[in-house]
Design a binder for this molecule. Structure first.
Ligand SMILES: *[C@@H]1O[C@H](CO)[C@@H](O)[C@H](O)[C@H]1NC(C)=O
Ligand SMILES: *[C@@H]1O[C@H](CO)[C@@H](O)[C@H](O)[C@H]1NC(C)=O
Ligand SMILES: *[C@@H]1O[C@H](CO)[C@@H](O)[C@H](O)[C@H]1NC(C)=O
Ligand SMILES: *[C@@H]1O[C@H](CO)[C@@H](O)[C@H](O)[C@H]1NC(C)=O
Ligand SMILES: *[C@@H]1O[C@H](CO)[C@@H](O)[C@H](O)[C@H]1NC(C)=O
Ligand SMILES: *[C@@H]1O[C@H](CO)[C@@H](O)[C@H](O)[C@H]1NC(C)=O
Ligand SMILES: *[C@@H]1O[C@H](CO)[C@@H](O)[C@H](O)[C@H]1NC(C)=O
Ligand SMILES: *[C@@H]1O[C@H](CO)[C@@H](O)[C@H](O)[C@H]1NC(C)=O
Ligand SMILES: *[C@@H]1O[C@H](CO)[C@@H](O)[C@H](O)[C@H]1NC(C)=O
Ligand SMILES: *[C@@H]1O[C@H](CO)[C@@H](O)[C@H](O)[C@H]1NC(C)=O
Ligand SMILES: *[C@@H]1O[C@H](CO)[C@@H](O)[C@H](O)[C@H]1NC(C)=O
Length: 455
């Protein structure tokens, strides 16, 4: 390997799960029970805190030496959540840290006592913390580090508490998805690519050939490198990863409304006149007299996406970002998180499905329909949508279609899998970054076979 990029497990911004997303999550939490006993002296646990802007979740994962998941208190996917998130305690870092103690205690109680000292614990903080002023976020992270070293009997490494880089979120997500699908260790053409639409940013990750990786361009200053190299069970993968800040579901509304400034915006449903607040900034959300219009909305969205920005590489996605060169690692794409919530909430996919194969074109068809709805009829047309996001249903659908087709260059008639949970050993497992982080964390334990690591 000539092109090796070192990744650091620090820093950055990730979208938070929106309240509407949680609503769908609750609707769908019908997890199956899984029972199997294993000699615990040969198994490993990992405790991962996901510090989002609306709350903090703790996940407890349990693996055998082959890296298969084992149950924790009868479920393969144990997690607990508290609200609000760490960023709500800007003025009191100690209090922020203390709110995590009940989660920590519960997580610890699930790890057999003799394994605790060898169980890695990590906290990855996302969007909310990054947006705090001054060094408030660093103060909170330091308080969490102190709390963990005071209170925890788990293995707290020096880099255990940090803001997660967008690209790390992307590569952990790729690992989690391919792990659950049983693809790790296979040829890159048998892996799947992932596009994860969060609240604040969107991540794309897929495996590329060693040749593509060796010739990869340098990322713009301040961005993470385009390629991360990962070894799983003896197989080396070069992952193309990029995180687009401001192009998450909630953030993109701000960017799209910003294009029209104080004037009416053709993406807003007829009859609505209000404001949209993102990251403490207010944007005018005013419908035009004739209401929303798909074609006009699409023009605004294309402008917001900067599809025509100068591309200094052979091929770009949008905003002048290299597209990774394509290849067989992205022949099958899984699109997740807010892509999933929107297909459920808009009625494109039945709400009892945890994944479905769709075409990007279906977002367009749904958008054309949504853009004809009046604000006053929106709740009856879209009963699963939360009231505060009703004015944006035309905008969201048009954005997601445009992002996939004009942003990421997908064929409108190419099959993609929209997924929230993946079937793994008769259980439904959420594909999300904490699982990838857990695999990486246990793989670096001295007692564990180094099944997976980044180089
Ligand atoms: C568990 O594995 C350890 C190490 O391989 C072994 O010494 C021990 O006897 C095993 N315990 C049981 C209950 O099988
Ligand atoms: C690792 O590779 C070995 C041999 O190629 C295989 O038997 C084993 O199942 C693999 N483990 C995982 C977790 O993929
Ligand atoms: C483990 O499961 C039992 C039985 O379902 C439940 O009573 C207990 O609260 C669970 N423990 C934790 C820490 O969630
Ligand atoms: C935050 O800034 C204050 C004042 O400049 C300083 O005393 C403190 O050490 C900083 N905290 C961290 C964690 O860097
Ligand atoms: C952790 O311990 C240090 C030193 O004992 C103490 O100053 C600090 O307040 C403690 N922090 C927490 C969050 O318990
Ligand atoms: C892996 O896939 C590539 C491209 O699809 C192919 O050229 C190569 O022969 C495959 N390697 C193996 C070991 O199957
Ligand atoms: C809004 O537009 C202004 C002027 O074009 C620009 O400077 C600013 O960065 C934009 N903000 C967002 C969130 O797009
Ligand atoms: C929208 O609301 C604002 C403030 O409530 C009002 O000043 C403005 O005239 C309204 N615009 C339209 C087009 O109704
Ligand atoms: C991008 O460029 C194409 C071709 O030059 C043009 O037709 C299109 O209107 C441009 N789109 C935007 C949003 O500027
Ligand atoms: C890359 O750009 C070339 C022309 O510059 C085009 O023919 C090709 O289809 C593009 N490939 C991708 C994957 O977008
Ligand atoms: C899902 O819902 C559809 C109709 O809405 C129903 O026909 C189907 O049986 C449901 N499937 C499950 C697994 O509940």
């Amino acid at each position: 390997m000539e092109f090796l990029s070192l990744i650091t497990f620090i820093l950055f911004l990730v979208p938070a799960t929106s309240s509407s997303s949680q609503h769908v999550n609750n609707l769908l939490s019908h997890r199956k029970i899984f029972l199997k006993t294993e000699n615990t002296s040969t198994t490993s646990y990992a405790v991962i805190f996901d510090g989002g802007s609306t709350g903090t979740r703790v996940h407890v994962f349990h693996f055998n030496q082959n890296l298969d998941l084992l149950p924790v208190n009868d479920t393969l996917e144990f997690y607990k959540k508290i609200s609000p998130g760490l960023s709500s305690y800007e003025d009191d870092p100690e209090e922020a840290a203390e709110t995590l103690i009940p989660l920590l205690e519960e997580a610890e109680s699930l790890v057999p006592e003799e394994l605790r000292a060898n169980t890695p614990v990590r906290l990855g903080a996302t969007a909310g913390l990054r947006l705090l002023d001054g060094n408030a976020s660093e103060e909170i992270l330091q308080a969490v580090r102190d709390m963990l070293s005071n209170e925890s009997s788990l293995n707290v490494q020096s880099d255990a508490v940090a803001i997660l880089e967008g690209s790390d979120e992307g590569s952990y997500m790729w690992v989690a998805m391919n792990y659950l699908l049983g693809n790790l260790g296979k040829n890159l053409s048998q892996t799947v690519g992932v596009v994860d639409l969060g609240g604040g940013s969107v991540q794309m990750a897929y495996a590329v050939s060693a040749n593509t990786a060796a010739n990869a361009p340098e990322a713009p200053d301040g961005d993470d490198p385009y390629i991360q190299t990962l070894v799983v069970n003896g197989t080396t993968y070069d992952l193309y990863v990029h995180s687009y800040l401001y192009y998450g579901k909630e953030a993109s509304r701000a960017v799209i409304l910003n294009v029209t400034g104080d004037s009416a915006n053709p993406c807003i449903l007829a009859g609505y006149n209000g404001t949209y607040t993102y990251s403490n900034v207010e944007y005018t959300a005013l419908a035009s007299a004739s209401g929303s219009d798909y074609d006009q909305c699409r023009e605004i969205v294309l402008e917001a996406l900067k599809v025509n920005e100068t591309c200094s590489y052979k091929n770009c996605t949008f905003g002048g970002i290299w597209n990774g060169g394509g290849g067989s690692g992205q022949d099958t794409l899984y699109i997740t998180t807010s892509f999933y919530y929107l297909v459920i909430q808009s009625g494109m996919v039945d709400s009892n499905k945890t994944s479905a194969t769709i075409y990007p074109e279906e977002y367009k068809i749904a958008a054309e329909k949504a853009c004809q709805v009046k604000y006053e009829d929106a709740q009856s047309t879209y009963p699963l949508l939360d009231e505060d996001v009703l004015p944006y249903i035309c905008l969201d659908l048009t954005y997601q279609y445009t992002l996939l087709v004009d942003g990421f260059g997908l064929d409108p008639l190419q099959e993609v899998v929209v997924a929230n949970e993946i079937e793994y050993q008769d259980s439904l497992m959420e594909a999300a970054w904490p699982l990838g982080s857990a695999i990486q964390a246990i793989s670096s334990l001295p007692t564990f076979k180094r099944l997976m690591y980044f180089i």
